[in-house]
Design a protein around this ligand. Structure first.
Ligand SMILES: Cc1cc2nc3c(=O)[nH]c(=O)nc-3n(C[C@H](O)[C@H](O)[C@H](O)COP(=O)(O)OP(=O)(O)OC[C@H]3O[C@@H](n4cnc5c(N)ncnc54)[C@H](O)[C@@H]3O)c2cc1C
Ligand SMILES: NC(=O)c1ccc[n+]([C@@H]2O[C@H](COP(=O)([O-])OP(=O)(O)OC[C@H]3O[C@@H](n4cnc5c(N)ncnc54)[C@H](OP(=O)(O)O)[C@@H]3O)[C@@H](O)[C@H]2O)c1
Length: 259
């Protein structure tokens, strides 16, 4: 049997940013040998008072070449992991499994013209890594990020997303990014839409607002967020002929439940 430390590594909190009482970003030290594909997740562990560690999945939100790993987290009141996470200080330790996980990556798609990234809440996290991958900017003609949250405070990373357009590695492609905020309970966000993503798809409002149609030939669509949102969005697209993409049978849709 493997000793536990064959499976996980210690990591230290390097940086924290609190967006709101419920939303926290943090960075941890990264073992040089830990490699991942943008869109994948890590498994992070914390010791509990009862001695049994609690492990949770976390999508990487940072670039594959960064020295650190960044994560974007909900804080669930009484959540086994996050109520401990929010108490950690810079320098504190947590555990990280040695391997990354998941298939929510753009290499599962056949080539297409438009990459759509539809996310609610912390479902934004994998897109932040995908947007820091040069191949995303060169491979697609348009990159459409739709982030849906309740209010302005929950629409985190807006300035950082805008700044990504000017990154020297892909600045010549920066114009390809279209960022569409959706605030379902707040009408103060400039340029935002206000209905849930499945409703925006069903009504055609999202495509009309952006003046970009969703088509089987051109659109590659990633969906990440609450399980109900993923289900309803997937269903809305299935009804229009879009299909889940598999490595063996590339199509248009990739999904990831954020819990
Ligand atoms: C593949 C995968 C990737 C994930 N990536 C992230 C990530 O990047 N960031 C992140 O914050 N969480 C992510 N999660 C969820 C994460 O693993 C934990 O569930 C979350 O951190 C809460 O842990 P907890 O122990 O405090 O509460 P839990 O006991 O795990 O959850 C309690 C309840 O909180 C709600 N909840 C859990 N996670 C979220 C969330 N992200 N947003 C809104 N409500 C939630 C659900 O209602 C859940 O039943 C991911 C989960 C999966 C399966
Ligand atoms: N955000 C807050 O201020 C807040 C405050 C206290 C507690 N909480 C709790 O924290 C948990 C997570 O909250 P969250 O705001 O991060 O996540 P969330 O409830 O999943 O909401 C994030 C966004 O997804 C939308 N959404 C929710 N269900 C959907 C569905 N089935 N289909 C499509 N879109 C959907 C929401 O729209 P709607 O606005 O229409 O729901 C919102 O815009 C919830 O249990 C919530 O009760 C949140």
């Amino acid at each position: 049997m493997d000793a536990p430390n064959d499976k996980y590594l210690p990591a230290r909190i390097l940086w924290q940013h609190r967006w709101s009482p419920r939303l926290l970003s943090f960075r941890i030290s990264r073992e040089a040998g830990f490699r991942f594909v943008p869109g994948q997740f890590a498994r992070l562990g914390l010791h509990q008072a009862n001695g049994v560690p609690v492990w949770r999945a976390y999508s990487m939100a940072s670039a594959t070449w960064d020295d650190h790993l960044e994560f974007y987290s909900i804080i669930v009141p009484d959540g086994a992991f996050t109520s401990r996470l929010e108490q950690l200080q810079i320098g504190d330790e947590l555990m990280m499994e040695r391997q990354p996980f998941g298939f929510f990556t753009t290499n599962r798609f056949a080539d297409g013209r438009d990459l759509w990234m539809l996310g609610t809440g912390t479902g934004l996290a994998p897109y932040l890594a995908i947007l820091q991958d040069e191949s995303t900017w060169t491979r697609f003609e348009r990159i459409i990020l739709v982030h849906c949250a309740r209010n302005a405070e929950d629409l985190a990373y807006r300035a950082e997303i805008t700044a990504l357009r000017d990154h020297p590695l892909w600045a010549e492609h920066g114009h390809k990014l279209i960022y569409q905020p959706v605030a379902t309970r707040d009408d103060t966000v400039a340029g935002a839409l206000h209905a849930r993503i499945p409703a925006l798809l069903q009504s055609g409002e999202l495509e009309a607002h952006l003046d970009i149609p969703l088509t089987l030939a051109d659109s590659r669509i990633m969906i990440c967020g609450s399980p109900n949102m993923v289900h309803d969005t997937h269903k809305a697209l299935l009804g229009r002929g879009f299909r889940l993409s598999r490595l063996a049978a590339p199509a248009q849709i990739a999904v990831e439940n954020a819990w």
